[in-house]
Design a protein around this ligand. Structure first.
Ligand SMILES: C[S@@+](CC[C@H](N)C(=O)[O-])C[C@H]1O[C@@H](n2cnc3c(N)ncnc32)[C@H](O)[C@@H]1O
Length: 221
């Protein structure tokens, strides 16, 4: 198996399983026009997280790390009419592009982009004591993954699902004694999930255009 085969296989699967969607295509186009970094989820990953959100019947979704709103759109499109989503982003340029993309897709009424530092925004949400969220997608600065994951545990309920992106990073995650703070934080989350009594989790390893990676999918007991 070579990375070229991974890319070709991803293209094949995406063509079959990710039907054309004008809103998603426009969001990617606008993100590129505004020079946002191309670090959004792939179409197949967007499909994966949206399927998971549908499987739990998510009515309330919380995302950490918006960028141009590509993954946000994938998730928001699964919401029922009374469903709501909050997505947190600290870069005002990224947030503005996401707000534009959501508006174009007619989803502004259901999705709120909260501008600011994710740890602070999550702490504020905990203080708000809002209704629990059903589904979380964490995809921001990885060295803060422990704070993000623990906050999601507090903002969820039994049965809520938390997806944490980029946990494998070409196998870096297996390196004990690493000094990379992003990897260390992810290792800590995985150790927590492995030993916690209130959450179950599994990692789905992926290969594709972006190489070898994976997502942690956890469920609050
Ligand atoms: C990988 S991108 C998100 C991609 C997006 N989920 C998608 O797939 O379309 C990570 C985003 O998190 C944002 N971010 C990084 N650190 C953050 C922080 N401390 N608080 C809030 N957002 C942050 C970055 O500005 C960036 O837009």
């Amino acid at each position: 198996m070579t990375p070229e085969i991974w890319s070709q296989t991803e293209d094949y699967l995406s063509a079959l399983l990710c039907p054309p969607d004008a809103d998603l295509a426009l969001a990617l186009h606008c993100s590129e026009q505004e020079h946002l970094p191309p670090i959004n989820v792939s179409p197949l990953q967007g499909r994966q997280i949206s399927l998971l959100a549908r499987m739990v019947g998510a009515r309330r979704i919380l995302e950490v790390g918006t960028l141009g709103g590509y993954s946000t759109l994938w998730l928001a499109k699964t919401l029922p009419p009374d469903g709501r989503m909050i997505t947190i982003e600290n870069n005002p340029v990224h947030a503005a592009v996401a707000i534009g993309n959501l508006k174009q897709a007619g989803l502004s009424g259901q999705v709120e982009v909260r501008l600011g530092n994710a740890a602070e925004r999550l702490a504020a949400l905990i203080d708000e004591k809002a209704e629990p969220y059903d589904f979380f997608f964490i995809d921001a600065d990885q060295h803060n993954n422990v704070v993000y994951f623990e906050s999601c545990l507090r903002l969820g309920r039994p049965g809520s699902v938390i997806v944490l992106d980029n946990v494998v990073r070409s196998g870096e995650v297996r390196q004990t004694g690493t000094t990379n703070q992003a990897v260390r934080a992810t290792q800590q989350v995985l150790q927590m999930v492995g030993s916690a009594e209130d959450v179950d989790g599994a990692v789905f390893q992926t290969v594709g255009r972006r190489g070898h990676d994976g997502m942690l999918v956890a469920r609050i007991r």
